[in-house]
Design a binder for this molecule. Structure first.
Ligand code: PEP
Length: 249
């Protein structure tokens, strides 16, 4: 059984006071929702303030993670630092990292393996651009991102990896993949995982959908067979809309 995971990516938003207030509100919803996992990825500087109010059911993630433990890596964050700050997970390969900061599959793979080596669960973000979708290269793009992102990665416990399918054209644009489009991509990713790992492992890995998920569309997206949760940007910045998303039907 795949426990649904609703994750909020706060990106580069919120003051410390706002972060603590929102996290406290989300923590209350998480406490009241024992059948699903709730996660937020605040800016690194807000992790301590968020941890202080998170309680036991609100999980934390880094928005990115370095493959090294320490050293001369200005601007990066160590997996050990994330662990110490209370993180259980870390995003790797978010579309903004890939497209604004030119992180390629090889770098994403290094980050993913670094996270795993230090006991963090990576959330491997993948997704096609509009040009790739329009030219019929969606599945090819996803396959490359999955295969190269998981290069040399052994997986014996499906709980140790999360994949997030986020079509680039849907992130922060108000456009969402239709439920059938999301299901097609998720099913394809699960089949790829079944080619890389044991069948029961592929069946157990959670695949989140991301891209303008909001209170109005979450129910139909979550109703898809291979959609196991949501990665939410904009709508995770309001306690009200994120609560509705966490409480999807
Ligand atoms: C994201 O940041 O991963 C995301 C999906 O953003 P939004 O929900 O704002 O599209």
């Amino acid at each position: 059984m795949r426990v649904p995971l609703i994750a909020g990516n706060w990106k580069m938003h919120l003051t410390l006071t706002e972060a603590a207030e929102l996290a406290a509100a989300v923590a209350r919803v998480a406490e009241a929702s024992p059948d699903r996992e709730v996660l937020i990825a605040p800016p690194f500087t807000a992790l301590a303030a968020v941890k202080a109010v998170a309680g036991s059911r609100l999980l934390l993630a880094g928005q990115n993670v370095c493959w090294e433990e320490k050293g001369a890596f200005t601007g990066e964050i160590s997996p050990l630092m994330l662990r110490e700050a209370g993180c259980r997970m870390a995003l790797v390969g978010h579309s903004e990292r890939r497209h604004l900061f030119h992180e390629d599959n090889r770098m994403v793979n290094r980050r993913l393996r670094g996270a795993m080596a230090h006991g963090l669960i990576p959330i491997l973000c993948i997704g096609e651009t509009l040009a790739e979708r329009d030219s019929g290269r969606t599945l090819e793009t996803l396959e490359k991102q999955v295969r190269e992102g998981l290069d040399e990665v052994e997986l014996v416990d499906p709980a140790k990896l999360v994949v997030a399918y986020e079509p680039v054209w849907a992130i922060g644009t108000g456009k969402t993949a239709g439920p059938a489009q999301a299901q097609e991509a998720h099913h394809f990713v699960r089949r790829l995982l079944a080619g890389l790992y044991e069948k029961n492992i592929a069946a157990g890995v959670r695949i989140l959908y991301g891209g303008s998920v909001n209170a109005a569309n979450v129910d139909e997206i979550m109703a898809q067979a291979d959609v196991d949760g949501a990665l939410v940007g904009g709508a995770s910045l309001s306690a009200e809309s994120f609560e509705r998303i966490i409480r999807f039907n």
